[in-house]
Design a protein around this ligand. Structure first.
Ligand code: BGC
Length: 723
C-alpha cells in the first residue's frame, strides 16, 4: 500500500512537472528505483520499426520517432519497412539540407526547424531523425543532399538554430550520422582511418556545435566503423568525446541496424538500439525485438553481474531525460500540420537557397510580359522529388513541379514541354529501366525546343538508386540518362537557354562554355516549382551561395585525388589521405581551379564591399577581431549577398589550408542602399588541433584575413598578428 501511494504521488508530480529542469533529475532517479531490471532493458531497444516501449504501470509512455530531416516521413508499418498506408500523414516537404545550407542564413534555419518541429509534434513524434551534418567529402556520396555542405563552420552555424527550432516544440532533434559516414558505399562496415586533426577540425565541429550550442537531445551513431569499432558503440567517439569532452546528457541512438555487439553497446556509449535484424526473426511481430543486442543478451549479462546495473541505469536516465523533454513535457504545444506558414517557409528557404551559378549577358531574369514561347525540356520538370532518396522520402501534401511553377508565372506565354530523356521509375534499392524509347524522347525534345524563343532545361540527378539516394553512391561524376548530349544540342539550337540543375551534388559540366545560364536548384520540396519560377522571373533575386565546391573533374576533388584507398577504400578500410584539406581548402591550397567555388553565387544586382577593416592589427589570446565592412547594393534591384570572412596562416608548424571560413553574414539591401556590418571572430577560433598535446593551440604570428563574397572572390586581404 505504501509503495502504491508513493508511486501515485510520484506520478502526479511527474505529470505536473512540465518542462525538464535540473530538479527533474531527482524524479528520474526515483523512477529508476521503481523500475525492474527487465523494464529498464526493455526501454533500451525498439519495440517496432520506429518506437520503443513505455512502462505502463509507472505511466512512462512509448517513445515515437520519425525521419527527418526535410519533413515528417509517412507512417511506416509496425514491423516492416512498408508504408503503413495512412491517409492523414501527408506533410510539408521542406527543401533538402543542401539548399538550407546554401541560404547561409541561420535565422531561416531556425524558422525551418520550428516549422518542421511543429509538424513532428502534430504527428505525435518525440524524436525527429535529423538534421544530418556529415561533411561533403566527395560528390559521389549518395546522401550529400541530406547534409549541410563541406565547411564545418557553415554546418555548425546552420545546425544550431535548426535544432533549437525543432526542440521548442517538445520534439528532440537527432543529429546524425555521428560520424565519418561520408559515403554510402560499404557504409555498413567500412572502417575509416583519419588523423585526429582532420577529425577534430573538419568532421566533428558541427556535431560539437549541435551538442554544446544547440543542446541537442539525441544523436544517431553512424553505420561505419572508426578505428576498428562501429560508431554506434565506439568507445572514443561516444564515451571520451561526446559524453566526456562535450558533456552530452541526451540519448545515443543507433542508426537502424548499426549495433553489432552486446558488450560494446553496453559499455561504449550506446543508449537505444533501433532497427537491428535478428537472424530472420525480424519478420515476426512477436519476439524479434527481444533478441536485439541491448535486449535479452544485455539482460543476461546484467543478471550475471558481468555488467554493472549502473550501466543500464545511465541509459535509462538519458532516455527518461529525453522523455521529460518530449513526450512527458506537459508544456509542449500541439503542433501544426501543412499550415500556410509552413508552405511560406518552405518557399522562402527554396528561393533563398537556389544558386545562380552562371548568367552570361544577364540573360536572366526573364520578363514575364515579353516572353512569348518557352520550351521546358527535361524529366525533372515534372518528376516528383519529394519521394525516393531513402529514409528522407516524404509524402508531400502537394508538390509544385517546375513545369507548373513556370506555367503559372508566365501565364500569358505559351509553355511547351518535352521530357527529353527518361530515367525510369525508382524503387528503394533499385531502378527499373524505362519502357520509353530514348531516341524518340530526344527527337521530340529537339522539335519542341525549335518552336520556342527560350529554352529552359530542367534536369540533373534524381533520387533514384545510385543517383542522390541513400544506400549507394553515384557511379560517375557526369550527368546520367544521356543528358550531356541533349544539353549540348539544345544550347546549340538557341542561345536563349537556361539550365536548371536539380541535384544535391556537384556534377561534371562538359558543356559549360556553351550554356549561358545555370541555376543550381537542389531538391526544393513542396514549393519547388514556385521557387524556381520566382528566380527565373526575378520576382526573387537569387542570393544562394554554394555550400560545397564543384570540381571540374572528379580527380580534382581531394578524396579522389588520393586514389581508391582514400575513396571508396579497399572494402575493409579507407584512409582520409587528404586530411584537413577537404573541399575548397584543397582547391585553394593546391591551386586547383574549381568549376564553381565554395561560397559562389551570383545575383541580379551587384554589391560593393568597401571600408573593410579589422579593429586592431595585433591581438592576444581570447581577443575578438571585429571585422567591419560597408556593403552597398550598386545595382538596380533589391538583393542580398553573403559577406564571407576567411582566415589563413602562411607560416605554421603544421600544414594549413590557404584559408578557412571563420565568419559570414547575409545582408539584404535595396538598390543604392549601403550598410556597415560587423563580423566578430574569436582569436581562439583560429586554433588548430595539435595532435602532440591532444588539444587546441592558437599559434602566434602573422595571419591573413580574406574578405569577399565567395572563396574565389576576395575583395580585400588584411594582415594581423597574434601574440
Ligand atoms: C538511415 C537513417 C534513418 C534510419 C531510419 C537509416 O537507414 O541511415 O538516417 O534515420 O534509417 O529510417
Amino acid at each position: 500500500m505504501k509503495y502504491l501511494i508513493s508511486t501515485f504521488v510520484l506520478l502526479l508530480s511527474i505529470h505536473a512537472s512540465g518542462q525538464y529542469t535540473p530538479a527533474t533529475e531527482a524524479k528520474i532517479d526515483s523512477l529508476i528505483n521503481l523500475l525492474t531490471l527487465e523494464e529498464k532493458v526493455a526501454m533500451c531497444h525498439a519495440q517496432s520499426k520506429f518506437s520503443t516501449p513505455g512502462v505502463d504501470r509507472l505511466g512512462i509512455p512509448e517513445l515515437w520517432m520519425s525521419d527527418g530531416p526535410h519533413g515528417v516521413r509517412p507512417e511506416i508499418s509496425w514491423d516492416s519497412w512498408a508504408h503503413a498506408g495512412w491517409t492523414n500523414d501527408f506533410s510539408t516537404a521542406f527543401p533538402a539540407l543542401t539548399c538550407l545550407a546554401a541560404t547561409f542564413n541561420p535565422e531561416l534555419s531556425y524558422k525551418y526547424g520550428f516549422a518542421l518541429g511543429q509538424e513532428a509534434r502534430y504527428r505525435e513524434k518525440d524524436i525527429l531523425l535529423g538534421p544530418g551534418v556529415n561533411i561533403y567529402r566527395t560528390p559521389l556520396n549518395g546522401r550529400n543532399f541530406e547534409y549541410m555542405g563541406e565547411d564545418p563552420l557553415l554546418a555548425s552555424k546552420l545546425v544550431v538554430p535548426y535544432i533549437k527550432g525543432v526542440q521548442e516544440n517538445g520534439v528532440a532533434a537527432c543529429v546524425k550520422h555521428y560520424v565519418l559516414n561520408n559515403q554510402e558505399k560499404w557504409r555498413s562496415h567500412i572502417n575509416v582511418e583519419i588523423s585526429d586533426r582532420a577529425l577534430y577540425e573538419i568532421y566533428l565541429p558541427a556535431f560539437k556545435a549541435a551538442v554544446i550550442e544547440g543542446e541537442v537531445w539525441s544523436i544517431m551513431g553512424a553505420y561505419n566503423q572508426y578505428r576498428g569499432q562501429f560508431c554506434s558503440h565506439n568507445e572514443r567517439l561516444n564515451n571520451t568525446i561526446l559524453k566526456g569532452e562535450w558533456g552530452f546528457d541526451g540519448v545515443v541512438i543507433t542508426d537502424w541496424g548499426a549495433a553489432h555487439d552486446t558488450r560494446q553497446s553496453a559499455m561504449y556509449g550506446l543508449d537505444l538500439e533501433m532497427g537491428t535484424g535478428t537472424d530472420g526473426l525480424t519478420t515476426s511481430a512477436e519476439n524479434a525485438y527481444d533478441y536485439y543486442y541491448l535486449a535479452k543478451p544485455f539482460l543476461e549479462l546484467l543478471r550475471a553481474g558481468e555488467i554493472p546495473e549502473e550501466v543500464v541505469n545511465d541509459k535509462v536516465r538519458r532516455i527518461l531525460r529525453t522523455m521529460y523533454r518530449t513526450n512527458m513535457n506537459t508544456s509542449k504545444g500541439f503542433g501544426k500540420m501543412n499550415s500556410n506558414t509552413h508552405s511560406e517557409i518552405a518557399r522562402e528557404v527554396a528561393t533563398e537557397g537556389i544558386v545562380l551559378l552562371k548568367n552570361e549577358s544577364s540573360l536572366l531574369p526573364l520578363d514575364v510580359n515579353t516572353t512569348k514561347t518557352i520550351a521546358v525540356i527535361g524529366e525533372n520538370a515534372t518528376r516528383s522529388m519529394t519521394i525516393g532518396g531513402g529514409s528522407s522520402e516524404l509524402k508531400a501534401k502537394y508538390e509544385i513541379s517546375p513545369l507548373v511553377g513556370i506555367q503559372k508565372a508566365f501565364s500569358s506565354a505559351t509553355i511547351l514541354h518535352s521530357m527529353g530523356y527518361a530515367s525510369g521509375p525508382s524503387l528503394y534499392g533499385e531502378t527499373i529501366p524505362t519502357v520509353l524509347d530514348a531516341d524518340s524522347l530526344y527527337k521530340a525534345a529537339i522539335e519542341t525546343a525549335k518552336k520556342a524563343d527560350f529554352i529552359v532545361f530542367i534536369g540533373g540527378l534524381n533520387k533514384s538508386y545510385q543517383q542522390d539516394c541513400e544506400g549507394a553512391d553515384r557511379l560517375v561524376y557526369g550527368l546520367p540518362y544521356g543528358q550531356d548530349e541533349l544539353i549540348k544540342e539544345l544550347a546549340g539550337l538557341n542561345k536563349n537557354f537556361s539550365l536548371v540543375l536539380v541535384s544535391g551534388n556537384a556534377i561534371e559540366m562538359p558543356w559549360i562554355d556553351e550554356v549561358p545560364t545555370i541555376l543550381q536548384a537542389w531538391y526544393l520540396g513542396s514549393e519547388a516549382g514556385f521557387a524556381i519560377a520566382d528566380i527565373i522571373t526575378g520576382k526573387v533575386n537569387p542570393s544562394g551561395k554554394l555550400p560545397f565546391t564543384f570540381p571540374v573533374a572528379l580527380e580534382d576533388n581531394a578524396a579522389h585525388h588520393f586514389g581508391e584507398l582514400s575513396y571508396p577504400g579497399d572494402s575493409i578500410n579507407q584512409y582520409y589521405k587528404e586530411d584537413i584539406l577537404v573541399g575548397y581548402r584543397w582547391h585553394d591550397t593546391k591551386e586547383i581551379e574549381p568549376l564553381f567555388a565554395f561560397g559562389h553565387g551570383l545575383s541580379y544586382t551587384q554589391f560593393e564591399l568597401t571600408k573593410i577593416g579589422a579593429d586592431q592589427k595585433k591581438y592576444a589570446l581570447n581577443d575578438i577581431i571585429f571585422l567591419s565592412c560597408e556593403v552597398k547594393n550598386s545595382g538596380k534591384v533589391a538583393g542580398a549577398t553573403v559577406v564571407q570572412v576567411y582566415v589563413g596562416k602562411e607560416k605554421s608548424k603544421v600544414e594549413r589550408a590557404k584559408k578557412e571560413l571563420k565568419g559570414f553574414k547575409k545582408i539584404y539591401l535595396e538598390p543604392g542602399e549601403s550598410q556597415t556590418i560587423e563580423i566578430p571572430i574569436s582569436i581562439n577560433n583560429l586554433a588548430f588541433y595539435n595532435e602532440t598535446i591532444s588539444g587546441w593551440e592558437v599559434e602566434e604570428g602573422a595571419y591573413t584575413i580574406y574578405v569577399g563574397e565567395a572563396s574565389d572572390k576576395i575583395t580585400r586581404e588584411i594582415a594581423i598578428s597574434v601574440k
